[in-house]
Design a protein around this ligand. Structure first.
Ligand code: G6P
Length: 364
């Protein structure tokens, strides 16, 4: 009913607007007063010694895991091996004393993810689950659960739960850095910004420009999402959201891979959605945008406030506030969600109930 949607046209829009408070609920009790992360409940897992992390998830949760891979490997002496659960469960699983498994599932009921957890347990491994649903199956099958506390999510395509998965995963990564004695001033900055992210997101979700651009782009049949480094995951999640609810063919690539095939697709009918915040790969990203532009593709970029250069090579720009580079996936998530939401709605589809999709996939 309209009342349940709190005045919003759809649950998905309401749930994107709930992101700031959802983040606050995920952060509560997980940081000390000095803003250092505290996940004491994980201390039995020997976080000091972990050398390999197996990360398993499906769909949007997989993309959250990909963000963690980049974040963790940048600072920690660990390898993060990530796979979608439907593949993971059928591959050989190697566990030793220094291996830890993280399973991410918003619903806690995805069949392939649960089977992967069981396979790891059977092989003698330890599993940390990240879920939004108290009492879900994954909480019983895993050794410990970190709840993301996003509140109920009705829209089939994940929105606020994706953001909260990122919050939990950043917190977990930071906690490992603290435990392993490699905490630095940079981590203080990340930690502080993570705790301030509800404020930042509040500004972003009210940016009318996203709605206006959706109006312009709604009639395209194809989209190429590109990003680099940690925002490869952002590009993949942006494309997934668009596919899921607007049924536009969207593909995602790490931008450096364009020249190995996908660039052949580009022409004026195939716009490029470039995730291009000011980070250490920004210059590389810019040349990838220029390559795309040279094929006459229309360019829509997400860029950091104050970046005037990007305007010269993009047809449209959505600006986001400056942040620590590792946190851009978090800041940009609501933007790609809103863009997909508005396009789906303008094309006349119900973003809450996309065809052929279910909120949780409990069969293989
Ligand atoms: C379904 C949903 C997706 C979700 C995926 C994984 O396909 O439509 O939005 O990302 O399942 O769900 P989970 O509950 O395991 O995170």
């Amino acid at each position: 009913s309209a009342a349940e949607k709190g005045g919003f046209k759809h649950f998905m829009l309401k749930e994107i607007h709930e992101v700031p408070e959802a983040i606050e609920s995920a952060l509560v009790g997980r940081f000390d007063e000095d803003l250092k992360p505290n996940l004491k409940e994980l201390d039995e897992f020997n976080l000091e010694k972990v050398k390999r992390i197996l990360l398993v998830a499906c769909g949007t949760s997989y993309h959250a895991g990909l963000v963690f891979k980049y974040f963790a490997e940048k600072y920690l002496d660990v390898d993060v091996l990530i796979d979608v659960a439907s593949e993971f469960r059928y591959r050989p699983i190697r566990i030793d004393d220094n291996t830890l498994t993280i399973a991410i599932s918003q619903s806690g009921e995805t069949a392939d993810t649960l089977e992967s957890v069981r396979a790891v347990k059977k092989a003698g491994g330890k599993v940390i689950a990240i879920t939004n649903v108290v009492g879900s199956t994954i909480t019983r099958e895993s050794d410990i659960t970190l709840f993301m506390n996003a509140g109920p999510e009705i829209g089939v395509a994940a929105s606020k739960t994706y953001v909260n998965q990122l919050i939990i995963l950043y917190t977990l990564g930071l906690y490992m850095m603290k435990k392993r004695g490699i905490w630095s001033e940079e981590h203080n900055i990340i930690s502080k910004q993570l705790n301030e992210s509800p404020k930042i997101v509040r500004k972003i979700i009210n940016n009318e420009k996203i709605n206006q651009l959706a109006d312009y782009y709604k009639n395209y049949h194809h989209f190429m999402y590109i990003g680099r480094g940690i925002n490869t995951a952002t590009a993949m999640e942006g494309a997934l959201k668009l596919k899921e609810i607007s049924y536009i063919n969207a593909v995602a690539y790490p931008a450096g891979e364009l020249k190995h095939g996908p660039i052949a697709l580009l022409d004026p009918t195939f716009p490029v959605f470039a995730i291009a915040p000011k980070d250490s790969l920004y210059e590389k990203m810019r040349s990838n945008i220029e390559e795309s532009r040279a094929r006459n593709a229309r360019i829509l970029s997400i860029a950091t406030e104050g970046d005037e250069e990007i305007k010269k090579i993009s047809h449209d720009v959505i600006y986001i506030p400056e942040a620590h580079e590792d946190l851009y996936p978090l800041i940009i998530a609501p933007v790609i969600q809103l863009f997909a939401y508005y396009i789906a709605d303008k094309r006349g589809y119900d973003p809450d109930k996309p065809r052929n999709l279910a909120k949780s996939v409990t069969v293989e």
